[in-house]
Write a protein of this length. Structure first.
Length: 425
């Protein structure tokens, strides 16, 4: 077979990309992946469909309100459409609509041109992507170590666990703070008045010591979910845990407080990580320019999609900072992350919350399953995000009956949305 024939066989002869137009946008809401999420489908005048994902626990309205703004557009003009839409996104879950549509545009453009999404980002730096699985905590450090050890036996070469005040709620004298604040997650960390006492820090140090005794030091171990404690408690706890050579301290304080991150980073000897709730590269710039982090951790489904997340990685690289990636959703967003990770030079490791769900891989039809083998995910070479179609039967088993939309049913109620969106006169 000649190279010329191979090239021709990879082109979708039913597609003329210059004349491709978006004709419809539909949604299917899923539940328990383990988080809830919404899958959007963009249809076109040439019979090609592209899929994207509204971030876990976000409202599908963030995407559907944009339908009328993209109908008639050529999905191959990804940057043009993104610049038109990005004003409608914001941090955390509010970035889910813009990001989900951007994913679907990459899926469509890749299918139209017959190339994998990473190629549209400039090519790849790696053929496989290192993955880690978050592991829920248990009260006993020895048992937690054994849970992580089982992850290692499955081939995972990077681990993460939670370590924070959730483990201290029943430990006498471990916490000091207003009683109505100890169980809240609705008040930002500096405003709760919660502090960890010396005995609380001692408990957590012993907990991590027991974990390390089981798993050793060869495999990196990151830690997350410290709780809504103040900066000073974060510093004291971080200094006490520095001895265990942890991969990073994640989201110790809200990402918005750049100066507090700088003080934290200068006070401990473990890498500081944050970013899963930050929208667009502009949101990362203060933390990078002021040296408040050693690892950034964007969630592609919040940050703005594939191209924007790659730009965030490139910006971090200019400041000598690596990029890990947060992810908690369906295989559609997972594959989008794989393409972005492959195309970003300073990429580090990608999260996955679904490794214990035996049915998760089967939500889409793809030739490369399981998606994660021996701790890595292969970078897809098929067009778009890298799957042939969503699996209707598997989708229907996981559909969220609390929300409308069915299995990509018509969404005509969003067709007549009108607004003058220009931000200048």
């Amino acid at each position: 077979m000649t190279d010329e024939h191979t090239l021709e066989s990879n082109i979708n002869t039913h597609s003329k990309p210059s004349e491709l137009k978006i004709t419809d946008m539909r949604i299917c809401n899923l539940r328990g992946l383990p988080m809830d999420c919404s899958i959007i489908r963009l249809d076109t005048n040439q019979g090609i469909s592209g899929y994207g994902e509204v971030r876990d626990w976000a409202s599908p309205t963030y995407a559907m309100m944009l339908k009328n703004r993209i109908i008639g557009q050529n999905p191959c003009n990804i940057d043009l459409i993104f610049r038109k839409l990005k004003q409608f996104g914001y941090h955390a879950r509010q970035g889910g609509g813009v990001s989900g549509i951007e994913m679907a545009l990459f899926d469509l453009a890749g299918k139209a041109y017959g190339v994998p999404a990473y190629q549209l980002l400039g090519g790849k730096f790696r053929d496989k992507v290192l993955c880690y699985c978050d592991t829920d905590s248990v009260p006993d450090g020895q048992q937690m170590g054994e849970r992580l050890k089982r992850r290692m036996e499955r081939g995972f070469k990077f681990l993460k666990m939670d370590i924070g005040i959730g483990l201290l709620l029943d430990v006498p004298g471990a916490l000091s703070g207003p009683p109505d604040m100890l169980n809240t997650t609705d008040v930002m960390h500096p405003f709760t008045g919660i502090q960890i006492t010396p005995s609380g820090i001692e408990f957590l140090v012993e907990y991590v010591r027991q974990v390390r005794a089981v798993i050793g030091y060869q495999v990196p171990l990151a830690v997350d979910h410290f709780g809504h404690i103040n900066l000073e408690s974060c510093i004291r706890l971080g200094q006490a845990l520095d001895q265990f050579t942890l991969a990073w301290y994640e989201d110790m304080i809200p990402w918005q407080f750049t100066d507090q991150y700088v003080r934290l980073a200068q006070s401990v000897n473990t890498p500081i990580c944050t970013g899963e709730d930050i929208y667009l590269k502009e949101g990362f710039r203060p933390l990078l320019e002021k040296r408040g982090v050693s690892v950034i951790h964007p969630d592609l489904a919040t940050a703005g999609g594939l191209m924007e997340t790659k730009k965030i990685g490139d910006l971090a690289q200019e400041h000598g900072v690596s990029m890990a990636m947060h992810f908690a959703g369906s295989p559609i967003s997972f594959l989008a992350n794989i393409h972005c990770a492959a195309a970003t030079e300073n990429f580090y490791v990608l999260e996955n919350h679904s490794v214990d769900l035996s049915w998760w891989d089967d939500l889409v039809d793809s030739g490369s399953k399981p998606f994660i083998k021996d701790g890595y995910a292969a970078v897809p070479e098929s067009p778009g995000l890298g799957f042939d179609a969503v699996h209707e039967a598997a989708f229907r088993e996981r559909m969220d009956d609390r929300r409308s939309g069915g299995f990509f049913e018509p969404s005509t109620e969003w067709d007549a949305e009108l607004s003058h969106d220009r931000l200048w006169s």
